[in-house]
Each structure stands twice: as C-alpha cells, then as structure tokens.
Design a binder for this molecule. Structure first.
Ligand SMILES: Cc1ncc(COP(=O)(O)O)c(C=O)c1O
Length: 503
C-alpha cells in the first residue's frame, strides 16, 4: 500500500522497517559485546526472564551498526519516522521514548525563547509546566470553559484565544490541550484559524488523541485541523508500549533546526529499542487496520455508555455535550461515569470497582471515574465494567458524601463550589522554581509566592504553579481535595502540611 512520499521514496505502510532490523539482528546470531548488560537475556534475573520471555530480551539491543541512531537517523529510522509522518498526516514525525511529557518540553523549548510569552490553558498537564520551567517562557493563562454541573474544565474556545491574543499582542506561540483527559475536544480548526491570523504557531497537546486521525466518527486530529506541531501519547490509546509517544510537525512556522537540536537534548543516548520498535508496529497497525479496529472500539464503547446510562443514579455524558462551551466534539472511546448521585466520590467508586469487581479505571476524580476504551478493550471486559457499576449502584450506601458528616462539602452538590480562580503571577515559573526557597505551614501561606507545582493526580492538572501567589481560595480548595482522598503530585510535603515558597 502506497500512502505518501515525503522523501521522494515510495512509502509502503505494510512495512515495519525498524522492527525488521531488530529481527534481522537476532536472526543473524550476532554475539553481543555491547550493552545492555543482560546480553539478550542471558544475564537477566531468572524470574523476570521467565515471565517476560526470551524474545523481548533478544531485541532489547543498543544502537550499534545496522540498528541506526534515533539521535541521528540515517537508515531504518528515517523510513520508520517518514512512514509515521505519512500515516499521521504530518510533514515530519519524531519518535519519543519519554512520553508526551518530553513532547511538551520539546514543543515549548522549540517555539519559545526565555521571557517570551506563551498563551496556554489553565488545565494544561503538569508536563507543560516542565516545558515552561525549562524554556523560561512566561505563561499567559487562558481559562478553559468550566462545566459546573460536571465539575470539570473543558477546552478553550476560539473566542477565548482571540481575546487573549488581542489583549497581549506580544504572545509568541499558542498552546492548547485537546482532547481533555475526559475526551472533550476543542474547535481546533477555529483555534488554528485565529492563531494563524495572528501569525503564531499552534502547538497542541493531543496526548489523548493519537487515534483521531484514523476514524471519521472521532474528532479531527490536530494535524487535520491545521496545527503546526502536536504530541500524541501513542502508548495511551494505540498499541505501542508505555512511555512511547510521537511529535508531529507540519508547515513552516516551526523552526525545524531548533526542534531537532532540542529533541537531541532530551533524548537518551541509549533509547530502549523495544519501545522504538513498538512505535513502528503501532503505526503499521493503524495504517492497515486502524479504521476497522476503531469502528469496533467505538461500537463497544457506545453500547457500554447506553447500558451505563440505564443504571439509576449513573450518568455518562455523550453527544448531548457537544456544542456546550468548550465541548466542540467528543471522543466516544472515553467514558466518564459520574457517580456522585450514587453517594460515592469517584475515588471511592474506583476503589470498590477494583476490589469487588476486578476492574481498574483510568482515572478517578471527586465526582467521576473514567474508563478508557481502546483497540484492546473486549466486549467481555466492557460487560464486567457495566456489571460492576450496576452492582455499585445497588449497594447500600450508609453515608451520603454530601451529608454534614460526609467527605464532601455540600456546596459541591448544589454546584456553588467553584474551581479556584487563576491566582496572580508574581514571577515566571522558571525563576520561582529555581529561587531560594523555604517551607511555611500550608494553611498560613496565603500571600506567599509558590515555588512548587501542586497537582491533584489524576487528572494531573496543577492548581498552583511556581511563581503564583497562594490565595485563601486555593488553600481551601486543596484542603478539601486532600480531605476527599486526592493524591497530590509535586509538593515536597505529600501531606501538604507545609509548602515550598520563594524566600
Ligand atoms: C494532557 C496530557 N498531556 C501530557 C501528558 C503526559 O503524557 P505521558 O504520560 O505520555 O508522558 C498527559 C498524561 O497523562 C496528559 O494527560
């Protein structure tokens, strides 16, 4: 199958050139006097080797002759990444082995110089903060649309983007997240049009949407919508191994020489080639079978959503959400199961579903659990989830979470509880993160400049970041989240009794 010819060479999507060179190396029976030290499994601890099997260890090789070099690709990795670009609709694609986390860092380090302004939504993943700290860029936060009923943030709208760019004319790049962790997608075409009208590059964190390109029932992919650069956590929704992701780029607004230099800065000199090969085969799988596999996934997910919505007290949003502010489109393969009317927090529901019904969801927050449906989800697995939720709904719930003695504040039930407002920015993230700091009691920290990122995880969206003034509203919000059992990522003191602030 010929699907594209970016380098003038006909591309054959039935090939997996990088996986093939690893297989050829094993077939040739080369005696390894090179890393890794386990030497294709011989030196590997027995229990681990027995469990994972010899084959995966045989292709855990290093970048020696014939296996190309991800830092300076010249052979099979050129073809593998060209195939990926053609398949994902990009001009060029780069394989990442440290997730979209490194992709976010690469995008920001490429698009921005220290001190330059980046417009980005407040519900960006914490790895975007890593990009801001490393690049020294100044954030201009955009408020995504807040859905009070669901107690979640959706995406930013083209109108918000336009207002931000008009207000701050020296912004150098625009960054948006689409879809959200909950599968809500932005109007990326509209946003790209605004960005390009202002002659700015559009960077998209599409960590949760690597499958979008392959099915008409899914939202437009960032590349289809005209973004200049995007990242895909291939490992999250497609068949590649954990930690793998891709960065895609198109058009001429991105400085490719800078991107390549930054990419090399982030990459290990010893990338795990099993991970790299898994990207190659995940691409081939999508090129050859993507639409069919995804049709089945979407069908299973839509059926499950219908079944779940029949359970009293359970709500899973669907197409009716589309068109609400910030919810331009919806990825049907993510099912957000709202359990608050059953009297459970999402965290409690997650724990019970795992302990009693043997299913583990991707994410829990105060009101919801999110189940991911992918090309690996079977009908049987889906049925078990639906059974678990149905049982959960039948269980006797002795305590209403919103009752005076329950874990949640009654204000949340009535929808009068708001996510905290974006606090004043007193320093850029880099300067605050690297400043001289001290610890002060969290409850008494209002007015101080935060020096760490505090991220309830999941969903991994910072509530306060380095350089921002700590407000009483933020203290109240994080205290409530802690009370409800939310884990905090980022603070040095996990219990959040103390917080690191700029001295
Ligand atoms: C929106 C978003 N961007 C980036 C990331 C980081 O991706 P990865 O885990 O592949 O490094 C995540 C992870 O959950 C995410 O939700």
């Amino acid at each position: 199958m010929i699907t594209g010819e970016p380098s003038g060479v006909a591309l054959d999507q039935t090939r997996a050139p990088y996986f093939q060179v690893l297989l050829d190396y094993v077939d040739a029976g080369v005696i390894p006097f090179h890393t890794p030290g386990h030497k294709q499994g011989i030196g590997m601890e027995r229990a681990f080797r027995d469990f994972v099997g010899d084959n995966v260890l045989a292709i855990d090789l290093t970048q020696i002759r014939g296996l190309d070099d991800l830092l300076q690709p010249e052979e099979a990795l050129v073809e593998a990444q060209e195939l990926a670009a053609a398949c994902f609709g990009a001009d060029q694609s780069f394989f990442l082995i440290n997730g979209s986390t490194s992709g976010n860092q690469c995008m920001m380090m490429t698009a921005l110089n220290p001190g330059e302004k980046l417009a980005l939504p407040r519900n960006s993943h914490k790895s975007a903060m890593g990009g801001l700290i490393m690049s020294g860029a100044t954030p201009v936060w955009m408020q995504p649309e807040v859905d009070e009923a669901l107690h979640m943030d959706h995406t930013v709208t083209p109108e918000t983007v336009r207002a931000t760019l008009e207000r701050e004319p020296d912004i150098k790049a625009l960054y948006v997240v689409s879809p959200t962790y909950y599968g809500v997608a932005a109007d990326l075409e509209g946003i790209a049009a605004v960005a390009h009208e202002f002659n700015l590059p559009l960077l998209v964190d599409e960590a949760w949407g690597p499958h979008f390109h392959f099915h008409p029932a899914l939202p437009l992919s960032a590349m289809q919508a005209g973004a200049d650069m995007c990242i895909n956590s291939t490992h999250k929704m497609l068949g590649s191994l954990s930690q793998t992701a891709m960065l895609h780029v198109q058009g001429n607004r991105i400085r490719l020489d800078r991107l390549k230099a930054v990419y090399k800065l982030f990459l290990s000199t010893s990338p795990n080639l099993v991970l790299v090969a898994s990207l190659d085969v995940a691409r081939r799988q999508m090129a050859l079978e993507g639409p069919a596999l995804l049709s089945r996934t979407i069908e299973i997910a839509n059926h499950a959503r219908e079944q779940l919505n029949e359970i009293k007290g359970v709500y899973c949003f669907g197409e009716e959400l589309e068109g609400r502010p910030g919810a331009f489109d919806l990825d049907p393969t993510k099912i957000t199961i709202t359990v608050k009317d059953l009297g459970y927090t999402g965290y409690e529901a997650e724990e019970i579903l795992r302990r009693r019904y043997g299913v583990q969801v991707e994410l829990a927050d105060l009101f919801n659990v999110v189940a991911l449906y992918t090309i690996g989800t079977t009908v049987e697995a889906s049925d078990q989830l639906v059974r678990g939720v149905a049982e959960l709904a039948r269980e006797d719930r002795p305590l209403d979470i919103f009752s005076p003695s329950g874990v949640l504040d009654r204000r949340m039930k009535t929808g009068t509880y708001h996510l905290p407002k974006i606090p004043p920015i007193r320093l850029i993230p880099r300067d605050a993160f690297l400043a001289e700091t001290e610890f002060v009691p969290f409850k008494l920290s209002a007015g101080r400049i935060c020096a760490e990122v505090i991220t309830p995880y999941p969903p991994g969206i910072p509530v306060i970041s380095p350089g921002e003034e700590i407000t009483n509203e933020i203290i109240d919000y994080l205290t409530l989240e802690k009370k409800a059992g939310v884990k905090m990522q980022g603070p040095y003191d996990d219990d959040l009794k103390f917080i690191r602030v700029v001295r």
